[in-house]
Design a protein around this ligand. Sequence first.
Ligand SMILES: [Zn+2]
Length: 414
Amino acid sequence: MNNKKYATYLFDKIKRLSFSNPGVTRETYGKGENSTHKFLIKELKRNTHSLDIDYGGNFLGIHKGRSEKIIVIGSHLDSQKHGGNFDGLAGVIMGIILIKTLKENNIKPHYSIGVMGIRGEESCWFPYSYIGSKIAIGQFDKKLLHSLKRSDTNKSLYYHINKSGFDAKKIEQGKVKFNLKNIRYFIEPHIEQGPVLEKKKKPLGIVTGIRGSFRFRDAKCIGEYLHSGATPIDYRKDSVVAVSTLVNEMNLYWKQQLKKGDDLTITFGQFFTDFEEHSFAKSAGLVNFCIDVRSNSKKVLEITKKQLLKKIKNIEKNTKTKFKLGKETNSSPALMNKKLVKIFDTYSKSIGTDSEIMASGAGHDSSVFANYGIPSLMLFIRNKNGSHNPNEYMGINFFMDVFKVLHGVITKKM
Ligand SMILES: [Zn+2]
């Protein structure tokens, strides 16, 4: 079977294994994820020299090169509930095809090549991201093994890991199975989950960094409900005006930073007055809202937060309102390896594959490996209709275009 046919066969097979109308469901440490791992391990074993499964159920199959050092191609195999078939899966299948090609053509590359299938990346099953990759590198917080409960069963992560046939106790003891010192690079091929490559008609995105974030999910602005006809502007304490001013100012600030060349997104995804008390004949005394700020630079995130707080202070003074931002959550940005970006960019150009250098707005396992200190890279594959939904669609020809670049770099440039 040629590579394109074999890839199509694997995508279709996994789709059938995890089908849940509409879309697929591969729940973390549940039926969908377990059967996907089991099937792909069987396929991968046909072509690897060795295959290991760690205490958390991540697998790593290896094709030996001249060096002991490994380039790991990997991604996650869980999905959202009724999600798309390609998110995560594409990266692992690309690794499997790569190893198959190396074996069939008797190629011994400089580095050994590993394929890693990772557990639990999506945070919809357990309210936590990157469970599998953090277990793989021994950085999973052991307290969470008991406290995290799966959203559909309400049973603990500890329970589900053991029920799936792995060893939560070893994870609790901080044990790591894979030999991390041997991992030279981590490369994650993954569908693009935004519209950029589709709009620009390019098959490949080379990712420079994965954005980190800070968020205030439950922010509010408190003013006063006052008569709309009887209260002059100077006497008002209008929460709608206050938060709108903030939205407007932050939007202008965002545009200025982009002009300076900074990577940044600012989103006020929720904005609502109090249904019980608001009225067309009153200025509003309460607005609930949220803020989501992302950047691939830690510094930009810090500066933006300072700006946000400064603007809020001014707006409070001018509108006589009070902001309460509530609990903050955040994640660290991760930079992809510059040398790898360059190698892939140069090579893709040299064979006429159109590529786009871009940041990733969504989080991915490669950020865990990058922040651990393993030089990492993400390759985005052109994909239609967004992601995390059943209509997610990656054309197999774009997958093969990206495969060609990956195969070429690994056999010729490394
Ligand atoms: Zn994903």
